[in-house]
Design a protein around this ligand. Structure first.
Ligand SMILES: [Zn+2]
Length: 312
């Protein structure tokens, strides 16, 4: 009986996922997200290292998707160039930042981030980074698509950042020169590695640092079509397993902006040349994309109460 109940519960959750995307089936959003991952992780993009020609190709695809979705530029244009030190030289990176204006009167903003760079070519092998982090960029674009169809209450900023793999340089540049005052950013939702989990699990980190997030993330876990677990941001996780400073949310953390990080645990293809489109499990990725869209929509609904709890 328990198993039967479990099965029907899972079906109900998946159906809720379908209905939730404002008339767009979760699988349809998943199809577009798969296409985005496929394009961003082709060999032609050569692993999207910051400052490379493959990185420029990736930007061209992301800007085409921004235009299709109808995002507005956040910085006058979409591009936010920055430079950073690499050994004895200075390298250039470029963030792509768009926005959708909220329909409510609140000045609070939700900032969604995902890095598009990866490791490039090393010893003749291309590190395509399908999961890390073409998948997160695809998830961000799915959120943008959902908010473009059914507008958010709050203004949502979409920061597709560069040079994460060389020290979170793009997110640091964004936080140093944000398109709106940082005090208005009530929450950063960072997406990094959404597609590969043998256990079907997505982690939500942030609740340890911002306890008011815990019940909200627990409620979300009851609705999304993946197993959403909380953790990896404090005890019992230590060392590399504490993800507090592991991705672009670190720049927001250091600036005192509350954040939620959504991502999978490390897997056999993590930071290997085998992190290819061919190794992305389609069913889990579609569920994962539907889940991050649901997360963003629920944070938008709840943003003023969250800002109050965070005393922002
Ligand atoms: Zn990453």
């Amino acid at each position: 009986m328990f198993q039967v109940f479990e099965v029907s519960r899972r079906v109900a959750v998946v159906v809720a996922g379908f209905v939730w995307l404002a008339g767009t089936p979760a699988w349809a959003a998943g199809e577009q997200a798969l296409k985005d991952v496929e394009v961003l992780s082709t060999d032609a993009m050569a692993g999207r290292a910051a400052g490379s020609s493959g990185s420029a190709l990736a930007r061209a695809h992301i800007l085409k998707r921004f235009a299709e979705i109808g995002l507005q530029p956040a910085h006058g244009g979409f591009e936010q160039p920055f430079s950073f030190p690499a050994g004895t030289e200075t390298r250039q990176g470029v963030n792509l930042v768009g926005k959708i204006t909220g329909t409510g009167g609140s000045d609070k903003v939700l900032a969604v981030s995902a890095h598009y760079d990866h490791l490039g070519v090393r010893k003749g092998e291309i590190y395509n980074g399908a999961d890390d982090n073409a998948s997160g960029v695809a998830g961000l674009l799915a959120i943008a698509e959902s908010f473009a169809k059914t507008p958010p209450r709050h203004t949502v900023i979409f920061a597709v950042v560069d040079a994460e793999e060389v020290g979170h340089r793009g997110s640091a540049a964004f936080v140093a020169a944000p398109p709106i005052p940082l005090a208005r950013v009530a929450l950063n939702l960072n997406l990094d590695m959404l597609s590969k989990s043998a256990k079907g699990e997505l982690y939500a980190a942030g609740g340890h640092h911002f306890p008011w997030l815990k019940p909200r993330l627990a409620a979300l876990a009851g609705k999304v079509p993946v197993t959403l677990k909380q953790g990896h941001d404090g005890p019992p996780w230590t060392g590399d397993d504490d993800w507090t400073l592991a991705s672009d949310h670190a720049a927001f953390h250091q600036a005192g902006v509350p954040w939620v990080y959504l991502g999978v645990e490390d897997h056999p293809e993590y930071h290997r040349p085998t992190d290819d489109f061919a190794t992305v499990p389609r069913d889990f990725f579609a569920r994962s994309v539907a889940s991050v869209v649901m997360a963003a929509r629920s944070f938008d609904q709840d943003l003023d109460a969250m800002a109050k709890d965070a005393r922002r």
